[in-house]
Design a protein around this ligand. Structure first.
Ligand code: SPD
Length: 353
């Protein structure tokens, strides 16, 4: 059967400096049993994109995978190896009604229609800030998730970075007592400002670079925070840490997005450990909850050159997904993050920056 999975994983880990296990190589093979399009393979494999690309090359060297034009396929030897390893395609078991989110959006139909209309002329995702926004349906679902957990109605909400327009969707429900939003991108703050004025929504809008600590007036002032961080370890913890510092104390909650496409399970673990060390419990984790609209800079992102076949995905052909994490403080937050400098978007696993 040629190489074993652990040996292939070790090669990929050395090449990419990303922690990769034999189980990750197995995930690539299982994805290849179900799909031939590179973006669909990336979506199904749920491992860092750069590890996937290196893994596909290692599998090609082993004679298990080949590609031509847009397609990546198992060879006969690869298919045989999968059989010997006992691998079969993952069954499609997601609920067709909710797409696996576990949310019935019926109650929010009107809000959803209004939000789609308002978001129609939103700013495009900017590479400078590693933006990539989720679909409108995803934003509504995130707000619905806050509502059903009791983190929205009558509560004070801070949105930390808002290319997803969560502040707008949350304010449209007219449920929160207070909605505040921070963003560094003037296009986002002015867009939210325009919409808020037109729709008479009370949203406090602050221009803020998260590398600096929160303004004093926002510290320990909120019941709930929401953010969809950049995925480098440093960047993620900066968003999460600033969010936690904004919370009142035990019982306050945070919502975050965390992907596999740019975060190994080793990074997931490091993040989870830090969230717990800062005083939070992870109460909910819904994988693949967030679906992203493809950003306009796919061809200049870091991962592009690594792909075995290069096809620009359609705007609404989501392959990049992330989990929704809900955390809740069980002690006072013990975040000790001062100001930081430099590029917070890069680490070995970052692929879409
Ligand atoms: N670089 C494009 C995808 C990055 C997604 N993470 C940031 C999410 C902000 N909504």
């Amino acid at each position: 059967m040629g190489m074993d999975l652990a040996t292939l994983a070790a090669r990929v880990a050395t090449e990419t400096r990303i922690p990769v296990t034999g189980r990750d190589i197995e995930r690539i093979l299982v994805a290849l049993l179900s799909a031939e399009d590179v973006w669909r393979i990336a979506e199904l494999a749920r491992i860092p994109l750069l590890a996937l690309c290196a893994g596909l090359r290692a599998l090609a060297d082993a004679g298990w995978v080949s590609w031509e034009s847009w397609l990546v396929r198992l060879t006969d030897a690869g298919a045989q190896a999968c059989t010997q390893l006992g691998l079969s395609p993952a069954p499609a078991l997601d609920c067709p009604r909710c797409g696996g989110r576990g949310i019935e959006l019926g109650l929010l139909n009107q809000l959803s229609a209004a939000f789609h209309e308002l978001a129609a002329d939103r700013p495009d995702a900017a590479q400078e800030f590693d933006q990539g926004h989720v679909t409108e349906e995803t934003t509504i679902s995130r707000v619905a998730e806050m509502w059903r957990h009791g983190d929205l109605a009558g509560k004070d909400l801070l949105v930390v970075g808002d290319d997803d327009l969560v502040s707008v969707a949350a304010a449209l429900t007219r449920l929160p007592r207070r909605v505040a939003v921070l963003d560094v991108d003037p296009r986002i703050t002015s867009f939210i400002g325009k919409v808020a004025k037109r729709e008479s929504l009370r949203i406090e809008i602050l221009s803020h670079d998260l590398r600096a600590p929160l303004p004093r007036s926002l510290a320990r002032a909120f019941d709930t925070f929401a953010c969809d961080p950049t995925e480098s370890l440093e960047g993620f913890l900066l968003f999460a840490g600033r969010g936690l510092a904004s919370l009142r104390g035990p019982g306050s909650a945070g919502y975050l997005g965390l992907t596999h496409a740019e975060a190994s399970l080793a990074k997931w673990r490091a993040i989870q450990e830090r969230l717990v060390a800062w005083g939070a419990a992870i109460t909910d984790l819904r994988d693949a909850f967030h679906a992203y609209v493809n950003w306009p800079y796919v061809e200049t992102m870091r991962g592009w050159e690594h792909l075995p076949v290069r096809r620009v995905p359609g705007r609404l052909e989501p392959w990049y997904r992330s989990a929704l994490l809900r955390i809740e403080l069980v002690t006072e937050a013990t975040v000790d993050l001062g100001p930081v400098e430099g590029n917070i978007f890069l680490d070995d696993e970052a692929a879409t920056t």
